[in-house]
Design a protein around this ligand. Structure first.
Ligand code: MUC
Length: 96
């Protein structure tokens, strides 16, 4: 199942730099592992915002929730999820 996910990050300004850097390093490793596995299909930075748009390809809603709630940055994010399905006019075979 495909999902469009927007993640906006709101890190507290008073978060100690060492703690922030450690969370960001864990976030990067977590994200890249899921990208390698194929469940996190795309990630794009939204220009001008500390936010991304991502496409997930996961078994079900429960798996998406597990992934999102496991993000090291999860406590500092606002997340919006849109379920996707193939558009009848789509021409690319991998848009499923
Ligand atoms: O920077 C972000 O958009 C937040 C987050 C999502 C993946 C990742 O590596 O960082």
């Amino acid at each position: 199942m495909l999902f469009h996910v927007r993640m906006d990050v709101h890190l507290p300004r008073d978060l100690p730099a060492g703690e922030r850097d450690a969370i960001l390093a864990r976030e990067k490793a977590y994200s890249q592992e899921l990208q390698r596995s194929g469940e996190w299909r795309h990630i794009w930075r939204i220009a001008g915002a500390y936010a991304n748009v991502s496409i997930f390809d996961v078994a079900d809603n429960a798996r998406l929730h597990e992934i999102l709630s496991g993000l090291p940055l999860f406590p500092f994010m606002t997340i919006a999820v849109m379920p996707l399905l193939r558009h009848p006019s789509a021409i690319r075979d991998d848009d499923t």
